[in-house]
Design a protein around this ligand. Structure first.
Ligand code: FE2
Length: 159
């Protein structure tokens, strides 16, 4: 049986992560000087914005709610400044590592799905986090050229 209090915590974490993520990637995109890196941070910000929109739609369609922590946007902006200033590899390592906690929550939501609506949205939610993790791993392994492919694929699929 689904643990309803855990389910609500996971929904809140989802909202928090999208607000934080969009602020983080958007801030990093504005600060960074390199055109190539700006394009990468901007694509990540667009994916988070798309995910926030889909999350809002899912929550209203299923008569649920979720709330971000009070300082999510501010934390995201502060982290965005830090990510833009870090050496690229360190930023990619932190980004990839950061997906683990979210993936655990999103997979829990997917496992507890109770309707087709749940299933299709949580599947997307997991896929978007996997795409961010795969992007960071591609950057770390030197496959920088095609690293945005999983991000672009999701933006194309549901943009
Ligand atoms: Fe996200």
């Amino acid at each position: 049986m689904r643990d309803d209090s855990q389910h609500q915590k996971d929904l809140d974490l989802s909202v928090d992560s999208e607000v934080l993520g969009e602020a983080l990637f958007g801030t990093a995109a504005r600060i960074v000087r390199s055109h190539e890196r700006r394009e990468k941070w901007s694509a990540l910000a667009a994916l988070e914005a798309q995910t926030m929109k889909r999350l809002d739609e899912y929550l209203s369609a299923s008569a649920q709610s979720g709330s971000a922590g009070a300082a999510a946007r501010f934390r995201g902006q502060a982290m965005g400044v830090m990510f833009a200033l870090l050496p690229w590899r360190a930023a990619m390592k932190a980004l990839g590592d950061g997906t683990a906690r979210y993936l655990a929550a999103f997979r829990r939501l997917e496992t507890g799905a109770q309707s087709e609506l749940d299933r299709s949205f949580f599947e997307y939610l997991v896929a978007h986090e996997v795409a961010i993790r795969d992007f960071a791993q591609a950057e770390l392994s030197g496959a920088s050229e095609g690293s945005l492919a999983p991000i672009h694929a999701l933006l194309r699929a549901s943009g």
